[in-house]
Design a protein around this ligand. Structure first.
Ligand SMILES: [Zn+2]
Length: 453
């Protein structure tokens, strides 16, 4: 029997089981659902046991983490599969066509909260393992699972869990299916995520607001100063002027530029979607290169001085701005926050006091395109979808992915099994039946191809 035949024969049962999983309202943000998140963790553990692994449910300060381990396969690589069993709240409930926790199938589409994000994609892997066990009688790799219950609330306990279980979870590759293909029937591998350095800067001048007639022209104006400081962050070519900002940036090589140029992307559609008339940015790079592979620095908010109706003639005592930088490999968020602070202090006009507070930091993550796990993932997707996968980077940040790389030494392979239009986090979330069943096939083929890589 082949994996394909197994999936075809088991089709109804694979759907039934996923439906049972989707019926558990494991909303991680809602304390009233704590029993349900616990139930979902137990459900995942039981499903992994049935697939032939040894599963454990680990309590945390909030929702449990489920881990599982397969039989030892000497000489084979170790693969960790990551996903999450928690879901977003279903609100607003009245915009759903049915009960969000009573899955339905219509026109080949499963509708339920969590169908795509991430229960459906997690279940693809659980059933992929089951299929391999049934067809081959064994697994080709040392397999581990890590399915958490706090992804939708920012994974607060996961980094500490990884640190504490570093040895047990160590892996060569971590497979993450918590995303989307760029288009229906177009298998996609995401190989890069941006990091983040977010700071607040506060500028102070006089000890109090001053009359702009009596003092204007004779004292520092903090808001003029703040505007000058912000304006100094970029040059006329859209480049960031913070000294050392680009020092550690991994430059795009010709191969990657060619790959990016081939990605299905329409600038016109991008403009329409964003509601913008121009797409300014760093000179010398295409729009998609800037979005995916170049670091950026943006002002997120500015405040200070008189904000009321009418006119008040005043020189403000304080001003504040929030700045965020999206980072690319191999920039370090701590280093960039420090360089940003040094630059702001250096350019502050005389008499302006500057204080910088770091709000958030996240490491970028990337797996080289020509690495064995990437080639293995491409091979598995090609086999199932019968076409070449698209390689994509993302402007977004998922800090846990960098944590896997940093703490466990595992190269991330991000294979999204859903679609961009799956309405995740929204009413009527969906997952196409074909994506579910092909996801099971992809999971099985991926473990086989990783074993060969
Ligand atoms: Zn998710």
């Amino acid at each position: 029997m082949t994996v394909d035949q197994y999936v075809n024969e088991a089709r109804e049962r694979l759907l039934e089981e996923l439906f049972d999983f989707l019926r558990i309202p494991s909303v991680s943000t809602d304390p009233a659902r704590n029993d349900d998140t616990r139930r979902a963790a137990d459900f995942v553990a039981a499903a992994l046991e049935r697939a032939g692994l040894e599963a454990t449910v680990h309590p945390t300060a909030k929702h449990p983490v489920v881990t599982a381990v397969g039989p030892r396969v000497p000489g084979a690589p170790t693969v960790l599969i990551y996903g999450h069993y928690d879901v977003q709240p279903a609100d607003p409930i009245d915009l759903w066509t049915g009960d969000p926790f009573e899955p339905t199938i219509e026109d080949g589409v499963i509708v339920a909260r969590g169908a795509s994000d991430d229960k459906g994609q997690v279940y693809c892997h659980v059933k992929g393992v089951e299929a391999l066990m049934a067809v081959d009688g064994a697994l080709p790799v040392n397999l581990k699972f890590l399915i958490e219950g706090e992804e939708e609330i920012g994974s607060p306990h996961l980094p500490a869990f990884l640190e504490a279980n570093r040895e047990d979870l160590a892996a060569d590759v971590v497979v993450i299916s918590d995303g989307a293909m760029v288009a229906h029937g177009t298998p996609t591998i995401t190989y890069g995520l941006k990091g983040l350095a977010y700071v607040s800067v506060r500028v102070s001048g006089a000890g109090r607001d001053l009359h702009s007639g009596a003092y204007g022209g004779g004292v520092p104006n903090v808001l003029n100063a703040l505007a000058e400081m912000i304006a100094s962050l970029h040059d006329g070519q859209g480049r960031v002027t913070v000294p050392g900002f680009y020092d550690d940036v991994l430059d795009l090589d010709d191969d990657e530029r060619a790959q990016i140029a081939k990605a299905p992307f329409s600038e016109a559609e991008f403009r329409r979607d964003a509601g913008v008339r121009a797409t300014p940015g760093e000179a010398g790079y295409t729009l998609l290169e800037r979005l995916w592979a170049r670091p950026t620095l943006d002002v997120n908010g500015v405040s200070g001085g008189f904000q009321g109706a009418g006119s008040k003639t005043v020189i403000a005592a304080h001003g504040m701005a929030k700045l965020s930088s999206r980072l690319v490999p191999n920039q370090d968020p701590h280093d960039i926050a420090e360089k940003l602070e040094a630059h702001l202090r250096a350019v502050a006009p005389a008499g302006i006091e500057v204080s910088v507070h770091v709000e958030a930091l996240g490491h970028p993550a990337m797996t080289p395109l020509d690495s064995p796990p990437m080639r293995a993932a491409a091979e598995a997707l090609r086999m199932v979808w019968e076409r070449d996968p698209v390689f994509a980077r993302s402007g977004g940040s998922i800090p846990v992915v960098a944590d896997f790389q940093r703490i466990l030494g595992a190269d991330p392979v991000m294979v999204g099994l859903g679609l961009e239009n799956d309405r995740i986090h929204s009413p009527n979330e969906k997952f196409d039946v074909v994506n579910y069943l092909n996801g099971v096939r992809v999971s099985a083929e991926l473990l086989r191809s990783l074993a060969r890589a």
